[in-house]
Design a protein around this ligand. Structure first.
Ligand SMILES: [Zn+2]
Length: 128
């Protein structure tokens, strides 16, 4: 018997995340940044984060935790904060406040660059 271990390294471009302004349907979700529960009915930002091709995970962030790095990432996708989608249940004034925050934050300087590619190593063990 011999055991072959084959390792493949796949490199692919990271898909941009998607963003949406929504209202918390329950008080259970926690903000990814400050770890505080987002109160029921509170305005939040949903982040559809790319994991690997075909796989996204939904993350939440409270509106007050939008920081410059995030604002820039949002504008990379939507160009202008006014194009960030909002759920119909979010009142226009709240959505406008979140978009204003995105615009304001994006004007601050960000040091770190996000990675545009990532590698996944797949190991396959064949028993012959
Ligand atoms: Zn927060």
């Amino acid at each position: 018997m011999c055991v072959l271990v084959l390792t493949f390294v796949m490199t692919f471009s990271t898909r941009p995340s998607t963003y949406r302004i929504s209202l918390a349907p329950t008080g259970r979700a926690r903000c990814r940044k400050c770890k505080q529960a987002i109160r029921k009915g509170g305005v939040r930002l949903e982040i559809g984060a790319f994991v690997r091709p075909g796989r996204y995970t939904l993350l939440m962030r409270c509106a007050s935790c939008i920081d410059p790095a995030m604002a820039k990432a949002i504008l990379n996708v939507y160009t202008s904060a006014s194009r960030v989608p909002a759920e119909p249940s979010v009142d226009p004034a709240s959505a406008a406040r979140v978009r204003d925050r995105i615009t304001t934050c994006s004007k601050r300087v960000v040091g770190a660059h996000s990675h545009v590619t990532q590698s996944v190593t797949l190991s396959v063990t064949l028993v012959v």
